[in-house]
Design a binder for this molecule. Structure first.
Ligand code: SAH
Ligand code: F3S
Length: 456
């Protein structure tokens, strides 16, 4: 780390006249973690952070392109932020992340040429050089077709995280699956697992700084270790992390059903720190649609995984992603999806209307579902899900849950329970911040559990 820090250390002169950066992050947790890394790099360069884009010297958009809606959002935001150049002609606009990767220079043309800096998620650590170039008034655009050899160097920079008690940790990047609807393999590249030593070291450092909960991240996190010369199972990594003194809770996102093998399920049962929650996208309940999506499991196999999980972790709160209106989806196919909702009883569900992505096979499928049909199915799905979530929430009343308190505001401690539920407690016990504490739930709404601390 020393080498990198030295290379970009801040001179006294720069310190006096700090530049301000405004960062806007779209999309998934991987982007959130990438932005945390970008913040670390910029802080090293002497930047100060601002929440007001109007006073920024650098506006950076970390973008998403997984569906059409985020594309439109990003373009609208660039349209707004470019006005910064009216108040501050030296201000720079930077764009990174998946939309930058997908569109490259075309995005700059669409945005009227206002973008000064562009880079991939592969080369975040090249930002200092790109900024230098932009400062000279040159366009600094470096969209790489694939990850460079020095990609993992970006982990040598410090990361600036919002919360001191839990942390995202990227353990792999990219995805080797070929879901026919998905743009991610194009924008994030092939699966690359981060070396185990680097992961364990980051976690050890975080724990020393007071972090209690770690959240492992990857587009396909359960495939970690498969691409090493000598492959290592993901379950091994889980055991090694659990051995680190001070790791009190472990989560991981996103798992892929077929990669959630028996050894991982066993580890989830055996390792007490692994949270009682799992996000496991199923996308569709119809085997015909799953095949068209190139998902490598059937509805029955997915349910089997869930039942096995519930055996080793009876209180597990399941969540998932689901797509409505994939090309060719019939009413019968859709009813199969609703059936999965009824059988699993997800406590949280992220549902998306199918959105054709340029260059993906499904975008070319002939039998696209009309938007009004997608909307109508989405309404019905949400109705079913709302009922299930209301019913499931009730089971928490009277139960003891274990939130990690991460915030104190308005006389309340707020934290997430092992089941990934927000828990609120009215109290003046600020000393419990950063601790996992038993709470008896008095009232449960769908998103928040209200209760009192159980005094020992
Ligand atoms: N495994 C990845 C998934 C990335 S995309 C990860 O979490 O990092 C997140 C979700 O967006 C997918 O699970 C899928 O449900 C949805 N999605 C992806 N492409 C889509 C598309 N073209 N239309 C609608 N939803 C899509
Ligand atoms: Fe996308 Fe499928 Fe991978 S949803 S991120 S291609 S597992």
């Amino acid at each position: 780390m020393g080498k990198v820090l030295e290379k970009n250390s801040v001179s006294a002169n720069e310190k006096e006249n700090k530049k301000k950066v405004f960062i806007k992050t779209f999309g998934c947790q991987m982007n959130v973690n990438d932005s945390e890394r970008i913040k670390g790099i910029l802080k090293n360069l002497g930047y100060e952070f601002t929440n007001d884009w109007k006073e920024a010297d650098l506006i950076l958009l970390n973008t998403c392109t997984v569906r059409e809606k985020p594309d439109r959002k990003v373009l609208a935001h660039i349209g707004e932020y470019k006005k910064v150049k009216e108040f501050n002609p030296n201000a720079k606009i930077g764009v990174c992340g998946c939309l930058a990767q997908r569109m490259g220079e075309e995005l700059n043309r669409r945005a009227g040429g206002v973008i000064d800096i562009m880079f991939s998620s592969y080369n975040i650590h090249h930002l200092p050089q790109l900024l230098e170039k932009a400062e000279k008034g040159e366009k600094a655009i470096e969209i790489l077709p694939e990850p460079p050899k020095d990609e993992w160097e970006m982990f040598e920079y410090p990361t600036i995280r919002e919360n001191p008690y839990w942390a995202y940790i990227t353990i792999m990047k990219g995805c080797d699956k070929d879901c026919t609807y998905c743009i991610v393999p194009q924008t994030r590249g092939k699966e690359r697992s981060r070396p185990i030593r680097s992961i364990l070291q980051e976690i050890k450092d975080l724990v020393k700084d007071g972090v209690k909960e770690i959240h492992l991240l990857g587009q396909n996190v359960t495939a970690w270790g498969k691409d090493f010369e000598n492959p290592i199972p993901f379950s091994y990594l889980l055991y090694k992390i659990a051995e680190i003194d001070g790791v009190e809770r472990i989560r991981f996102t996103t798992g892929y059903p077929t990669d959630l093998t028996d050894d991982v399920i066993k580890a989830m049962g055996e390792i007490p720190q692994i949270a009682d929650a799992l996000h496991l996208p199923f996308q569709s309940g119809s085997n015909r649609i799953l095949k068209l999506m190139h998902r490598y499991y059937t509805k029955e196999e997915y349910l089997e995984k869930v039942y096995k999980l519930k055996e080793v972790k009876p209180n597990i709160a399941m969540s998932a992603d689901v797509i409505v209106g994939f090309p060719g989806e019939t009413e019968e196919d859709f009813l199969e999806t609703l059936d999965v909702l009824e059988k699993v009883r997800f406590e949280q569900l992220f549902s998306f209307k199918y959105s054709p992505r340029p260059g993906t096979p499904a975008a070319e499928y002939p039998d696209q579902v009309p938007d009004d049909v997608k909307t109508e199915r989405m309404h019905r799905l949400l109705e079913v899900q709302k009922r299930i979530m209301n019913e499931e929430a009730k089971k928490y009343e009277g139960r003891i849950v274990y939130p990690l308190f991460e915030r104190y505001s308005d006389g309340k401690l707020i934290g997430r329970s092992s089941e990934n539920k927000w828990v609120e407690v009215k109290t003046d016990r600020k000393d419990l911040l950063g601790k996992i504490v038993p709470v008896k739930v008095n009232r449960a709404s769908v998103y928040v559990l209200y209760g009192d601390i159980v005094e020992s």
